[in-house]
Design a protein around this ligand. Structure first.
Ligand SMILES: [Ca+2]
Ligand SMILES: [Ca+2]
Length: 248
């Protein structure tokens, strides 16, 4: 009898501990799950003040075409587009901001530009929104879906931008709708469905341009909050955070 009671007590105690652990476990799981599955918007930023481009996809940026100087990204393409990508190919709707100025410009017959890139799936498959020239001898702002070597449906406005002057570029991508702003003025309203999702980025073209960029940010669902940093460092941070929560 005594033995049974002891057993029962032990079982009850074990049940309590077990259910308690379950409770803790579910709380832990909940605490971990909320940030990773949430749909609320985060903002990822880079002000280039740390002097490097760690964390960016630099596969389209040959080392002799760019430098980070005085807290700005300086890009001088050499007869080919230069691009810097960020994020995931699954990202859909977001707002991308960057300040840009062109400090050297020569009309070449090609698109000469400083650009925001959006919905990038693979190299040179994305939308470009920028200013400079579309290659017709005028100064313009423009957008175009880039399909490899092919630029289709280029939409542009003649725009007398000034050398050495900063412009606030902003792109709002929502479904097939794209709104491109310069200094908070809507300059291009575009509907296109070629690329439904993709990474974001900064680009410059082609051979007669030097462009500066600063204060990049992307805000959107699934975008993490924070500053652009090496992928490895972010991974370590996430693991140690997970361990701390599990132990508690
Ligand atoms: Ca950096
Ligand atoms: Ca800066």
């Amino acid at each position: 009898m005594t033995r049974n009671i002891k057993h029962n007590c032990a079982w009850i105690l074990a049940s309590l501990i077990f259910s308690g652990l379950l409770g803790l476990a579910s709380i832990s799981v909940l605490m971990i799950a909320i940030p990773s599955t949430s749909a609320w918007a985060g903002t990822l930023k880079d002000n280039f003040d740390d002097g490097n481009m760690d964390g960016w996809d630099l596969s389209g940026a040959p080392r002799d075409t760019w430098e980070v100087k005085d807290g700005e990204l300086v890009v001088t393409p050499r007869s080919w587009p230069v691009w810097f990508l960020l994020g995931k190919t699954t990202w859909k709707d977001y707002t991308v901001r960057v300040r840009a100025k062109i400090v050297k410009y020569q009309s070449t017959g090609y698109i000469e530009s400083a650009e925001i890139l959006a919905r990038a799936t693979s190299p040179l498959y994305w939308y470009a929104f920028g200013f400079g020239s579309v290659g017709l001898g005028t100064k313009d702002n423009f957008c175009c879906p880039v399909q490899g070597d092919l630029l289709v449906s280029v939409l542009y406005n003649i725009f007398e931008w000034e050398l050495d002057k900063w412009y606030d570029l902003k792109l709002v991508a929502e479904g097939d709708q794209f709104k491109f702003y310069m200094n908070d003025e809507l300059v291009i309203d575009y509907t296109y469905s070629t690329y439904p999702a993709g990474k974001v980025g900064i680009g410059a073209t082609f051979s007669g341009t030097t462009a500066h960029f600063d204060d990049f940010s992307v805000t959107g669902d699934d975008v993490p909050d924070g500053f652009v940093a090496p992928v490895e460092a972010k991974g370590k941070l996430a693991i140690s955070w997970g361990k701390i929560k599990t132990i508690q």
